[in-house]
Ligand binder design. Sequence first.
Ligand SMILES: C[S@@+](CC[C@H](N)C(=O)[O-])C[C@H]1O[C@@H](n2cnc3c(N)ncnc32)[C@H](O)[C@@H]1O
Length: 342
Amino acid sequence: MINKQHFGKRTADLRRRLGLSQAELAEKLGISAQAVSKWETAAALPDVELLLELSKLYGVSVNELLESNGLLARIANCSFQAKDGIVYFVPAETDSERVQWERDMQTEGWIARNWHDAWGQPGGWAASEYGRNVIGERGRPSDLRIGRKIAEHGGVILDIGSGPGGGYMPFILQADPSAQIIISDLSHTVVEEWKRLLDQEMDSPFLYYAALDFCDIPFESCTVDVIADHGGVINCIGDQSSALRECYRVLKPGGIFVSLNGFVTKETLAALPEHAQQALLKEYPSIFNDLYADTVLAGFRKIDSMITDTWTTDEDDSGIAEFARSLGVTLQFTEYVRFCEK
Ligand SMILES: C[S@@+](CC[C@H](N)C(=O)[O-])C[C@H]1O[C@@H](n2cnc3c(N)ncnc32)[C@H](O)[C@@H]1O
């Protein structure tokens, strides 16, 4: 649907990116500066000829200029439902544990807390009954560094399994508030809650919202410049190898897949008592898989890994940490970020 507000914000931002004033753009197009001002304040839309001129000048399709879902409509490889600026490729969660998780996320305000922590603002976890989120806080400098790298690469950025933390999105936006990011998750609630918050916080015409399954990404091949994965694939609902293959498929040649992961080395596993080894391999086999082989098999050739942190389950309150405690063992995780180029 044509959206004047969206058009106004997008065209103003694209003009600024080219370093043009309203008067300079007006001169290029042979129209008055008032006409440009009217578009940007959502008081009017240009006629078709001028829309085509703008689309050529800015290198974006007319649909993307006019529709808030224009980008997703262009790259989708199937039909979808859209409502209130969100595109739904998957049905809502029905699993009772997931539904309860979504409820907790809403009632405890996880998304807003994580957003404020990512920006180093008050309103994060420190003020909650849970106290400081030690690991999240420690990861912030490297998340900011990686967010900057992703923003520098630019183009269409797909954040997969954005989750209540928002993945790399809050860090990318700190480097470039007009980055073009698709915020995505299997959970409708995650995507809807992020839209609600970001409409207030950023009001950016470059943020897109999609409920999708990253094991079967509903996009055409070679349509995305960056895939940002802040711990989504390692917590994948579905098959991790399919997820990696899908990431490879939708990336443009030269595009990058940036993936944050944490795993426990085989040496750590071997040093544990036999009963703990067996129980962990049964309940949490993926924590011993660093996904390197699957990443190569997906097609990625240039893969750089960077260790960003190490932590133990003693410092953590995740399900795995509680399970390790119940077995009387401590696990050391190595966290790394992998930059994979197509
Ligand atoms: C633990 S969170 C990952 C961390 C998250 N990126 C963050 O920054 O908070 C995992 C997220 O991935 C999502 N997820 C898991 N499997 C998925 C799939 N196949 N497709 C899309 N999202 C998925 C979950 O719904 C959840 O929100």
